[in-house]
Design a protein around this ligand. Structure first.
Ligand code: ADP
Length: 192
């Protein structure tokens, strides 16, 4: 039973590590960004609404995002835990998640902060723009996403640190090496 959050700036490698950790722990990796992108692709009402925010690098409004996560966490595949990638990102989302957990009488095991230096992040996102053609990986939008992360999301990390939940892991290096770092840090935390 593992309930984990993965927090980090755009380009830190959250999505990559989320799928690795999902395999290691046998829990679903839930990426709000991926869910929004799937909705945009399928032109659902949620996708049509989310697209205008995403294309600017802005956060999708909390009410939409919170509802999406609340519904997703009710899926039976979450009974053994989950890893949330990219949620919560605002104070309102932190509160919503706390409510959801309280209602189900459960709690987080750890919050993984994936760090990455800005030059590396910009390099990775520029490469991803070419490889994947994501519409929000242009230079201006990337800069906006980073600024919003620093402004709205980075300050939330200290809340989780104060609760003794935070694990800080360097996201630089080989993919498997970073996964090992995270798994070791989680093991060390569980034993403490
Ligand atoms: P990034 O690497 O930029 O964090 P994501 O795939 O996680 O990429 O998110 C892409 C976009 O999806 C964000 O810029 C935002 O518009 C939207 N999004 C994802 N998660 C959230 C969230 N928790 N709250 C609001 N918007 C979100």
């Amino acid at each position: 039973m593992m309930k984990l959050l993965l927090i980090g700036p755009p380009g830190a490698g959250k999505g990559t590590q989320a799928s690795k950790l999902s395999e290691v722990f046998g829990i679903p990796a839930i990426s709000t960004g991926d869910i929004f992108r799937a909705n945009v692709k399928n032109e659902t009402p949620l996708g049509l609404e989310a697209k205008s925010y995403m294309d600017r690098g802005a956060y999708v409004p909390d009410d939409l995002t919170n509802k999406l996560v609340r519904d997703r966490l009710q899926n039976p595949d979450c009974v053994n835990g989950f890893l949330l990638d990219g949620y919560p990102r605002t104070a309102d989302q932190v509160n919503e998640l706390a409510d959801i957990l309280r209602e189900t009488d459960s709690a987080l095991d750890a919050v993984i902060q994936l760090t990455a230096d800005t030059d590396e992040v910009v390099r990775r996102l520029a490469k991803r723009a070419i490889d994947q053609g994501r519409s929000d990986d242009t230079e201006d939008v990337i800069r906006n996403r980073m600024a919003i992360y620093e402004d709205q999301t980075a300050p939330l990390i200290s809340l989780y640190a104060a609760r003794g939940l935070l694990i800080m892991v360097d996201g630089l290096g080989e993919i498997d090496e970073v996964t090992s770092r995270i798994v070791e840090a989680l093991n060390a935390k569980n034993q403490s």
